[in-house]
Write a protein that binds this ligand. Structure first.
Ligand code: DGY
Length: 325
């Protein structure tokens, strides 16, 4: 029987994914999640020793130094995520290592969380939850915890890729009008009446809610800074389920304090798992711990997609469907 390729998996994955990996690979599993921070640096290199493929996830930083120290036989790094800013793709490619991600399969789950963040923020769900858990509710009153109705309001979407479009679909179902900014205008058949803005600056004044769906790149880091937040109408709501780096935390916290931004629904944070303490102190934030893709179905599909990519390279010698770069 032919020897199975060696696959180093840097983090524990859903059971069905680990089971499938064992069928085709000699698997080396990473430490349990509660054993400490995710493998990175020398520990990640040591974990990959002798491996043909490496399966990583957000938290496993594949820096240029790590890429340079990976074993010569290692041919592919598959990340269990659509985002890949934790991998120095250029450095990996310079070593002849293919890098893949998992697009498509997390679109619906992430758009669902964006909808949850939007409704949670507009309807003050965080304050309501806190009140109930504190046993402090004294009963229904005509004016208690009044939020903002989204029906008939304008949702501005920054980044109209797969997840942005899925969010637009959900927002239409609750009666919102869609405006968007994207690097390229969508073909008319995909706009479904959404209004295109060729700059973020022209989009923001038209947003009762703005939802971020673009990747974090050097160009988008700090996108929602004080100057751009000031372009929102007073009382607008901000939703971020994309990447924390898109938001200037100090600027958003100041806008939330002044009421210029009425509320924020956040699932991602710059420097996570550290969260700017200013967000926790504010009542008008709904804060989730990066749950965008966290359903059993989606996390399993992400793992299978990562394995499909690994199989292409390591079992069939083919180009993977999700090669980056
Ligand atoms: C991704 O896949 O990039 C997500 O942020 C993880 O849910």
């Amino acid at each position: 029987m032919a020897t199975k390729p060696v696959l180093a998996i840097a983090r524990r994955l859903p059971e069905a994914v680990e089971r499938r990996a064992r069928q085709d690979y000699a698997v080396r599993l990473g430490p349990d999640d509660d054993a400490g921070p995710p493998l990175s640096g020398d520990a990640l290199v040591a974990h990959a020793r002798g491996a043909d493929g490496l399966l990583v996830a957000p938290g496993n930083a594949v820096t240029a130094e790590v890429a340079a120290a990976l074993p010569a036989r290692l041919r592919v790094i598959a990340t269990f995520s659509v985002g890949f800013e934790h991998i120095d793709v250029t450095a990996a490619r310079a070593r002849g290592i293919t890098v893949t991600n998992t697009p498509d399969v997390l679109t619906d789950a992430t758009a669902d969380i964006a909808l949850l963040c939007m409704l949670g923020a507009t309807r003050r769900a965080g304050e309501g939850e806190a009140l109930m858990r504190a046993g402090a509710w004294t009963g229904w009153t005509p004016t208690h915890l009044m939020g903002v109705q989204v029906t008939g309001k304008r949702l501005g979407i920054v980044g109209m890729g797969r997840i942005g479009q899925a969010m637009a679909h959900r927002a239409r179902a609750v009666g919102m009008a869609i405006h968007y900014h994207n690097r390229r205008r969508l073909p008319p058949g995909q706009e479904h009446g959404a209004v295109f803005h060729d700059t973020v600056e022209s989009l923001l004044p038209c947003c009762d809610v703005v939802s971020l769906h673009c990747p974090a790149t050097p160009e988008t880091t700090g996108l929602m800074n004080a100057a751009r937040l000031a372009l929102l109408p007073r009382g607008a709501v901000l939703v971020n389920t994309a990447r924390g780096a898109l938001v200037d935390d100090e600027a958003l916290i100041a806008a939330l304090k002044s009421g210029h931004v009425a509320a924020a629904g956040l699932d991602v944070y710059a420097g996570e798992p550290t969260v700017h303490p200013g967000y926790r102190a504010l009542p008008n934030t709904v804060l989730l711990p990066h749950l965008g893709s966290a359903t059993v179905e989606t996390r399993t599909a992400m793992g299978f997609r990562a394995l499909d990519n690994l199989d292409s390279v390591l079992l069939r010698g083919e180009s993977p469907v999700d090669a980056i770069g």
